[in-house]
Ligand binder design. Structure first.
Ligand SMILES: [Zn+2]
Length: 150
């Protein structure tokens, strides 16, 4: 399983090719956003090659639907838990706590408060590796990259 900051093959819409991308962040262990090493565009992760190869015959059976539905329920529950934890954290955080704008190339430590252009204010809960942090946002906990200079 590749981690944040690692390379992954993904389909780039700008380049119209499956190319080497950097993993920007993951949610619940799933790669969500990547950056193209060729053109620098950031976008949702699309596992291009594999998806293109899939024929209708390989379509998942109905049994899988239940599993997918269960997964969606779990994600919803996780979302609610994140919202509650985020509310609590917001109340507990001193009003004069500095909020840093999130940037992939910078380093963060536990209890840092960051602002992400899409996800809003987040609290660094854990430094997962020298290149990734676990961040509590109001809708989910995301594994975000740091110290990554493309
Ligand atoms: Zn590209």
């Amino acid at each position: 399983m590749p981690s944040v900051g690692d390379s992954i093959d993904a389909y780039c819409l700008k380049c119209s090719l499956v190319l080497d991308h950097i993993i920007l962040f993951k949610v619940n262990g799933v790669v969500k956003r990547v950056q193209c090493r060729t053109c620098g565009a950031q976008h949702q992760y699309r596992p291009g090659a594999q998806a293109d190869r899939k024929s209708p015959a390989e379509k998942k059976p109905a049994v899988r639907k239940t599993a997918a539905a269960k997964k969606a329920d779990a994600a919803q529950t996780a979302g609610r838990e994140a919202a509650l934890a985020w509310d609590r954290k917001t109340r507990e955080t001193a009003p004069d706590t500095p909020v840093r704008d999130y940037a992939l190339g910078e380093g963060y430590k536990i209890n840092d408060v960051i602002r992400h252009p899409t996800f809003g204010v987040g609290f660094v809960e854990k430094v997962v590796s020298d290149k990734s942090i676990s961040v509590l946002f109001s809708d989910a906990v995301r594994l975000m990259g740091m110290n990554i200079v493309p």
